[in-house]
Write a protein that binds this ligand. Structure first.
Ligand SMILES: *Cc1c(COP(=O)(O)O)cnc(C)c1O
Length: 244
């Protein structure tokens, strides 16, 4: 973030246009409407100037994977929870001692994956007098992913979360394994949709999930075909990152 190169707003605008076309086409193939899919622009590692350029061309959801980085950026350009008109999504693993930053500055937390974190985040959200929209992160990629719940524990965890008045569990999030060919991870997305639908159909009736956050730059079209309602795109919008 130190070195501030001039921001190429036109390049961002052109990438966004191409991404929107690809979203539209994936939706058509799946018989879905493009407005069923929320585009989260993953701005991690990029300076605020890039976020402002994205905002100027119409982006309204931004994703960060480090709590302090999200806080610092959201202080400059507040999210809806603090009176702004964009949504900050926390899309990375959260340590409990940083839950306070997320409760204060993030509009959505996408990575709930343990009872202890839920308890802490509920407490912090209560302190900020708010109900925090959350997604439960599921590990569908197996051994090479560190975070997220095993799929077969997800429904019990969703039941467990109903005790928290300051968490509003809206749905599920997952990252597929990296694949050269995104067709290879289609079964992982399909498994996520099944987890989502079976819980909505048979799980705790006080929870009605509407958000399935699946798909990144290299696999979002397949994710949309399999039912994703929220895609998280970094490099497809902003170009390559120096680090993660
Ligand atoms: C970095 C990141 C993304 C975006 O990755 P791209 O490949 O640049 O689209 C999406 N989701 C999560 C959780 C991430 O950490």
């Amino acid at each position: 973030m130190e070195e501030t190169k001039s921001v190429d707003t036109r390049a961002i605008s052109e990438r966004l246009e191409s991404v929107r076309e690809r979203i539209e086409q994936a939706c058509q193939r799946a018989g879905r409407r493009a407005d069923e899919v929320t585009l989260v622009a993953v701005s991690k590692t990029f300076p605020l100037e890039v976020i402002e350029a994205g905002y100027a061309v119409g982006l309204r959801h931004f994703g960060e994977n480090r709590a302090r980085e999200l806080r610092d950026k959201a202080k400059q350009h507040p999210g809806r929870v603090n009176g702004g008109d964009l949504d900050w999504h926390m899309i990375g693993h959260l340590q409990r001692n940083k839950a306070k930053f997320v409760a204060r500055h993030a509009d959505v937390f996408e990575c709930l994956d343990s009872p202890r974190l839920a308890k802490e985040l509920d407490k912090r959200a209560a302190k900020n007098d708010r109900v925090m929209p959350c997604l439960v992160q599921v590990n569908i990629a197996g051994a090479d992913q560190k975070y997220g719940l095993p799929p077969d524990e997800t429904h019990d965890y969703l039941d467990h979360l109903t005790q928290y008045e300051h968490l509003d569990v809206r749905g599920l999030m997952a990252m597929a394994a990296f694949a050269e060919d995104p067709e290879d991870v289609r079964p992982q997305f399909r498994q996520m949709r099944e987890l989502f639908e079976t819980y909505n159909a048979t799980g705790n009736s006080t929870v009605s999930m509407d958000t399935l956050s699946l798909g990144m730059s290299n696999d979002f079209e397949v994710a949309i075909e399999e039912g994703s309602t929220m895609i998280r795109l970094g490099s497809a919008l902003f170009g390559p990152r120096d680090y993660d």
